[in-house]
Design a protein around this ligand. Sequence first.
Ligand code: MRU
Length: 347
Amino acid sequence: MPTYFTLRWQEPAALRMIDQRSLPHEVIYHDYYTHVEVAHAIHDMVVRGAPAIGVAAAYGLALAAFRSPADRVEELQQDLESAAQALANARPTAVNLFWAIQRIMKLVNSQAYATPDSLRHAILALAHQMAEEDVQTNKRIGLNGQAVVPAIAGIVHHCNTGALATVDYGTALGVIRTAHELGKQIHVYVDETRPRLQGARLTAWELKQLEIHHTVIVDGSSGFFMRQGKIQLCLVGCDRIAINGDTANKVGTYNLALAAAAHAIPFFVVGPTSTIDRNTSDGDHIPIEERPDEEITQIGGVQITPDSTPVSNPAFDVTPAKYITGIITEKGIARSPYRDTLEIWTR
Ligand code: MRU
């Protein structure tokens, strides 16, 4: 059984997070004391994965509340507005970040708290609640997903959607984990996930500890394994689902969906309903994060491209809804046409 954790509040006021940049070789935890430090940790991908960065931001606001010297509620609200802005600027694509910040800020601006201290403690209590809800949500997703996981299956998985990408248990990897716990014979084909190798480094590390059979493959080889008949299912996570079902996830997901469609292999997106953005009409309106060139031009700090080679490094891509067989959430599995179900789920 795994012994690591993604993030945890430390009394009296710190956020402890595992440093996902150094996994699997070094298991290091850092303590963060301010919302600015948490924003940097999100941006630098110490913590990553849509649900995990949402909860990290919620705790970041709790840190901002406890660090603020405000002795009037209005002053504390102002400090929190600027902290919320700093955290929201950390990464642009995963909507869970903004969802979590908005949920805390709704409480901050509710006028329900007469003193700064009562507001501070209410923010922390809500952050704890969000962390707990995340785990329960993932376990429900894991069970709901069983309707599409055969008793014996080869499954392609992209990026990392495990305990590390959430508070615990995981989303797409949670479905795989539940299938394994139920005795299904699962073999996971782990896309290495260039350029940051979340699959090779993090997913393989998690699957090893869960004792789930797996093989790491290079991203471009999934078509090869599909053609060999080794894959019966694709399960991927999501960073933002537009209301029409178009889905942003780690770059490479779209290519995987195209390969799955060509081989008539079911392709499911897995995530909590907090990843559905009812204000985004379709995938063309999802902001895509562009990350530093060095993520592509270097491997392990060693340059692999000629000097000054132009590169483009979008961290996510958008899979059009027509290539998605279904969207597995804690509320059930949505099928095409997605809009009606997604609108009801996000009311
Ligand atoms: O850039 P990352 O590592 O934060 O990207 C993560 C993903 O794309 C995951 O698939 C997604 O956030 C879902 S995590 C449950």
